[in-house]
Ligand binder design. Sequence first.
Ligand code: C2E
Ligand code: CA
Ligand code: CA
Ligand code: CA
Length: 281
Amino acid sequence: AKGAGKNCVVAYEPRMRADRLNLTRLAAGLRHAIGRRELALHYQPVVELASGAVIGVEALLRWTPETGAVPPTTFIPIAEETGLIVPIGTWVLQQACRDAVSWHRYHDTVLTVNVSARQLREPDFPQTVLDTLRDSGLPPSALILEITETALLAVGAVETRRVIARLEELRRHGIRIAVDDFGTGYSSLSYLRHLPVDILKIDRAFTPDSDGDSAENAAFTRAILQLGRTLDLNTIAEGVETAGQARLLQEMECQLAQGYHFARPMPATALAQLLAGSPAG
Ligand code: C2E
Ligand code: CA
Ligand code: CA
Ligand code: CA
């Protein structure tokens, strides 16, 4: 940013307009993504640090229109803004449960599915989840719904109560709830006690480096792990990219982790092969 004031505004305007045009185009394309079979799920293993056993997988959505793959960080916000995340989210649940039931038969892994705040605001969300489980044959105990910290809290007091009631209903059926990107939001400790939550996922921004250049991250991770133990929640460290990080987390008595160091997200067929060759968790 060289020029000051007015000049900057003028300079940025064409690009902003182009961005908006691009967003409109993406939103239009996303509308047809299910019908055109452009959506796919990849699965990233969650491993037990001590044994390396795969105990679960996270379903991650991929969108590849004719013009080339669009990253989730681009299209998920568009899907949320347009409300398309509701039908897309239902598709994700159905596809993921169908995939998971095929490997759940011989490998006791849990399936984690990301859920947006927008989906939780649908009164029939619990029924959609329960119907999907029944249709697929996947047991409720094999499903974890992952919800960001901000999604749980940012919808307003009345709406939050309704969302919590929906999550509690699902938990009564044995489905577990994980808080995604934990540490990036603002939930106070006392608040967390009242949320229907089973698992904390430490955002990868806090996953400590073994280089020691992130003493602050290490302290933060330790604090979250302690919090998890206090509240009797499982904790998963995300974004583990190196053996050093994995070792450090194990020293901190973190039990579960996920990241490129163990495995990248992969298509269902590749995951099935990986599970077939690894001991049941
Ligand atoms: P997330 O739920 O926090 O998922 C973890 C993201 O980190 C994934 O990015 C994953 O590929 C990436 N990742 C995993 N291990 C590592 C690592 O070691 N290093 C680094 N740098 N990254 C790692 P992805 O697949 O691009 O997804 C981005 C976000 O899009 C997700 O973040 C989630 O918020 C959203 N998303 C993806 N699929 C869905 C979906 O089906 N529904 C909803 N609502 N959101 C989704
Ligand atoms: Ca997630
Ligand atoms: Ca996350
Ligand atoms: Ca994230």
